[in-house]
Design a protein. Structure first.
Lengths: 95, 496
């Protein structure tokens, strides 16, 4: 089913990406072409087929429930756009 | 052009020093940059310091096979203290706080890091055209793409800027550029090499791997890269193997005797360029002359691998890339209103068109009402594809065919047609879906002089066998030793 203009705008909102009206039309056309290709999957009979989430049939390993990370916040925060007193700054969300 | 094995021998016999090799590499990288744009970051001072240390290690008699060998890493692998951009404006100024596991292992093995190579933004692409830092060009014809997404790493080895490099392969991003640049590329089994410090694109498919001129070079790099790492929950604990030593064992008269090569009917059909098919047929004839037998096999579900991939990979990407929000690292928009507006503008400015497209596809296929129809369905068809391969490997030891349907195409030819671009990976994606190891090795040229690659796929953890097949083929042929135009004539110190 082709995507509508509003579908693309809704996806952009969900994905937290600002997309203006002009770009939405171009993206809509390209996504339609991509989903025309993807839609061949819909007609494949997969009754009883267990979904494959992963290439290895392995169990996730468990480890001791212990703190292993050391405090490196100063190093990591060197890449942050805005930091004061070790805290990440974002626009005010509470008045 | 020398292979890693030859350079290692030259270092061992002291006919060249690591400092000389690295100076030579830095000079070549600098002179090729305007023409090829293979590198995003070059660390001359760090490389020379590491080379001096490597020479000191060697003088103390503590060198390994890779001590002092200059290499480059794809700029999606974290390198402590060095910019790691993923080819994106989003991470244009990001300095990695730690080494990726494979980066650390290659550092410990004595390699010298020259710099970081260009790639499609966040490794999403097949042409290295979508990098924020501009396209990389193919050394065989600079009007053509080098393949992607690890195009910078492939071009750097093809143009002999460095003898080896790392790449990552999520849907063919090592094998496809290896084929298009006329070099050897290896995607290991999923789980053999840790993904720790590989900036995540599609976590169930992403695989670190290597480029070199020949299979022995790939083995020399893979051996230290492989191994368990508790920081990647999908890293598997396997016995250590010395694959390089196995390749150096003397070859029997018929080195491929007993090998059964499966030829999938689906890899030799319509849509494959005639020159590619002719080169593959000639390579298979050579392998038969070396003792191998070929077996016709069928992989009926493999034709669905591109649509399966373009559901699963974007779904995982849309989740992984949600971390880029302008708060903890990376780009933040200059002007914004509230917090949600900051996220939306930051991501609009920081990501390029293809990355946005894939995030939107992933958001759609994971959204309410579409999850079962697309995401679950794709995972079921992924299982059908894996079952096809399991059945095929009952009848053969390796599977061979073209790496790509065509040789490299001109820059811009498919840039505005994502579906045509995606179909480029039709033969490579299945190995990511199944997690199998796969290589591309050079096996001929088109009439226009562009390289053609032969793909060899193996069973899980059977890297030693596919490396062996590639190595014995390369001992009997010289496709992998042919330099691009203008790259073979210079007489450089210590290099020939």
């Amino acid at each position: 089913m082709p995507l509508t203009f509003d579908d693309v705008q809704r996806l952009a909102r969900l994905a937290r990406i600002e997309i203006d009206a002009g770009a939405t039309r171009d993206i809509q056309a390209k996504l339609d072409a991509i989903f025309s290709m993807i839609d061949e999957l819909l007609s494949i009979d997969t009754t009883g087929i267990v979904p494959m989430a992963h290439a290895q049939d392995a169990m996730l390993p468990l480890r001791e429930d212990a703190v292993t990370e050391v405090d490196q916040h100063a190093l990591y925060q060197q890449n942050a756009p805005a930091v004061v007193d070790g805290l990440y700054l974002v626009p005010r969300v509470l008045d | 052009m020398k292979t890693i094995g030859e350079l290692s021998q030259a270092l061992r016999s002291r006919t060249v020093s690591s400092v000389e090799l690295v100076q030579d590499a830095l000079a070549r990288v600098a002179s090729a940059q305007a023409r090829l744009n293979a590198f995003i970051t070059v660390d001359a001072d760090g490389a020379l310091a590491a080379a001096r240390e490597a020479d000191a290690v060697r003088s103390r008699g503590e060198a390994s096979a890779l001590t002092g060998i200059p290499i480059a890493h794809k700029d999606v692998l974290m390198t402590a203290g060095m910019r790691t951009t993923c080819g994106s404006r989003m991470l244009g100024n990001f300095v990695a706080p730690f080494d990726a596991h494979v980066v650390a292992r290659l550092r410990e093995a004595g390699t010298v890091l020259v710099g970081k190579t260009n790639l499609d933004e966040f490794a999403m692409g097949s042409s290295t055209e979508s990098s924020y830092f501009g396209p990389t060009r193919n050394p065989w014809n600079p009007a053509c793409i080098p393949g992607g997404s690890s195009g910078g790493s492939a071009a750097a080895v093809a143009a002999d800027l460095v003898p080896a490099s790392t790449g990552t392969d999520t849907g063919g991003s090592i094998r496809q550029p290896a084929a298009m640049c006329g070099i050897t590329g290896l995607k290991p089994t999923y789980g053999l090499c840790s993904r720790y410090g590989l900036v995540a694109f599609a976590s169930s498919l992403d695989t670190p791997g290597v480029f070199a001129r020949d299979a022995l070079g790939c083995a020399l790099l893979l051996d230290p890269m492989a191994g368990h790492d508790a920081r990647d929950s999908t890293s598997l604990d396997r016995p250590r193997e010395d694959r390089a030593a196995a390749l150096r064992a003397p070859a029997p008269v018929r080195p491929l005797a007993g090998l059964r090569i499966g030829l999938p009917r689906e890899y030799f059909g319509d849509g494959v360029d005639a020159a590619v098919l002719a080169a593959i047929d000639a390579a298979l004839a050579k392998m038969r002359s070396l003792g191998a037998t070929t077996v016709d096999i069928e992989l009926p579900a493999v034709r669905h691998s591109v649509p399966v991939y373009y559901v699963i990979a974007p779904a995982e990407a849309s989740s992984n890339l949600s971390r880029f929000d302008g708060v903890r690292y990376g780009h933040r928009a200059e002007r914004y209103g509230d917090l949600a507006d900051m996220y939306c503008r930051t991501r609009a400015e920081g990501f390029g068109a293809e990355v946005k497209r894939r995030i939107l596809i992933g958001t759609y296929v994971l959204s309410h009402g579409y999850y079962d129809a697309y995401y679950l369905k794709a995972q079921q068809v992924r299982r059908l594809i894996a079952q096809d391969f399991a059945r095929a490997f009952d009848r053969c030891d390796v599977i061979a065919g073209p790496t790509t349907p065509t040789a490299a195409f001109p820059i811009g030819a498919k840039a505005d047609d994502p579906v045509q671009m995606y179909l480029n990976d039709i033969f490579t994606i299945a190995a990511n879906l199944t997690g199998s190891p796969a290589m591309s090795i050079p096996c001929g040229f088109t009439a226009e002089g562009l390289p053609i690659g032969l793909q060899i796929q193996g069973r899980h953890f059977d890297e030693a066998r596919i490396l062996q097949v590639a190595h014995r083929f390369q001992q009997a042929t010289d496709w992998h030793l042919r330099p691009p135009p203008g790259e073979g004539a210079a007489d450089r110190k210590g290099r020939r």
